[in-house]
Design a protein around this ligand. Sequence first.
Ligand code: ZN
Length: 179
Amino acid sequence: MSHEDMQDATDTEPLIAAENPPHMDENDVPMFHLWTIDVEDDGKSMITTMVVRARLLGFSASHVPRHKDHEGEWAPRRFQCPACRWIDVALYEVHKDDPYRRTNPGARYIAHTVGRSDIPGERDFIRVMPATNATMAIEALNTPQHGSVHLTVPARTALSQASGYDEQIAKAFSNRRVA
Ligand SMILES: [Zn+2]
């Protein structure tokens, strides 16, 4: 174990309380913390949480405070109003010693998306996508639309942010953009 590794493993890591959405200070290089991440319990439509030692590389939400022009307080079905319904996108790098890497073999990254709704009676849709490398992490954030795939605006923003902290993501993201 190198000196750096030792340092890494013994640093005090304050427990970050569950935050929705996670706060990211753009002026700080992200550090490893214990994050509480929302998880959807498959099949039961129940939201639970998991704790993972990770650093948040990028976060973006498509939420806007101002409603689009829609009748009534809440947007009707299929009407897109990002004050009513929006997406949160987070990209985490899992700490090399976190058990999550063993239970999800080689999962270096977690791509985490939440389709959120403020509308009474609607619920959030959570996806937790482990990825062994940067290319997979970017693919996990692809959204199918009209028969092809694309990255949503918050996904692109989160990946641009992450590119500033993670060379693998930077490389894979810029390769994707020229392709
Ligand atoms: Zn609205």
